[in-house]
Design a protein. Structure first.
Length: 242
């Protein structure tokens, strides 16, 4: 009997060396990195990868980054990273990595903060918390464009808007510090009115909330106030600060 041909093992837990194919500056503090993966496997929108940096003395730092791209982008993933001035890993991506460099990653991970085609859906993101929500939006635009979905996106100023060129009628922005000139839309923190308007546009359904701890907590409270039961709210927290 013929021997079975061995197949390459594509397991989400294995570290692999990716290659930075392109880097895009999104805002003064945020860049997107498209990374080619030798053991790429399809992810669910909302999932993340772990990134590991190793110093010459063996010191290691590991962080998680959400996937911004649709799983239809075969062979690559896009990570969008906010540069924290006193950070360890994010400044390395911004200041050191160039196209063609290699980076160690493993994933995709997470089974809870994922979009499996639920309809309708409300997405609420603060700052870089928009990253996994953009994966959901991008994938929905390519696979189920007629499905009701709305993004509420809170940013500080006009120059902090990530993916600005991709935000269409399905996105509502609010500027918490300084709106752009002649802005007639929402300003200030997300409030229950903004949630209720967006929720009415998509009817009832699942809400995905992502951002800092403080952002996620206050938006979750507003969603509960607007009538969302806890089981319809999925949250992802990026950092320790509010
Ligand atoms: C599931 C998951 C997905 C994530 N996805 C993304 C993503 O798509 N894009 C992205 O930019 N980040 C994302 N993060 C955050 C990321 O993992 C790192 O925490 C972040 O990049 C900071 O790492 P650092 O090494 O640069 O800073 P560190 O050296 O870890 O921290 C430096 C300082 O910043 C504070 N800090 C740490 N994290 C944050 C934060 N997120 N916000 C504000 N202050 C912070 C620390 O308390 C410390 O004072 C995600 C986190 C999780 C858990």
């Amino acid at each position: 009997m013929d021997r079975l041909t061995p197949v390459e093992q594509r397991a989400p837990g294995r570290w692999q060396i990716g290659t930075v194919a392109s880097i895009k500056r999104e805002t003064p503090r945020v860049k997107s990195f498209r990374i080619e993966l030798p053991m790429w496997m399809p992810h669910l929108p909302g999932q993340h990868y772990d990134v590991r940096l190793t110093a010459p003395d063996g010191y290691r730092a590991e962080r998680s980054y959400s996937i911004a791209s649709s799983p239809l982008d075969e062979g690559t993933i896009e990570l969008t990273i906010d540069r924290l001035a006193d950070g360890e890993v994010s400044p390395y991506f911004h200041d050191v990595l160039v196209e063609g460099d290699q980076v160690e990653v493993r994933g995709p991970f997470a089974s809870y903060f994922v979009w499996r085609g639920e309809k309708p859906t409300l997405l609420v993101g603060g700052g870089s918390g928009v990253v996994p929500l953009m994966a959901i939006l991008r994938h929905r635009r390519r696979t189920m464009p007629d499905l009701a979905m709305r993004l509420i996106y809170s940013v500080r100023t006009a120059e902090d808007v990530i993916y600005g060129d991709e935000l269409g009628d399905d996105a509502t922005l609010t500027f918490t510090r300084e709106p752009p000139e002649r802005w007639t839309g929402h300003t200030g923190r997300i409030d229950v009115g903004l949630i209720a308007d967006a929720a009415a546009a998509v009817d009832t359904g699942t809400a995905f909330v992502c951002g800092s701890n403080g952002f996620v907590e206050s938006v979750t409270r507003l969603l509960l106030e607007a009538g969302y039961e806890p089981g319809r709210i999925r949250t992802e927290r990026f950092g320790p600060t509010g």
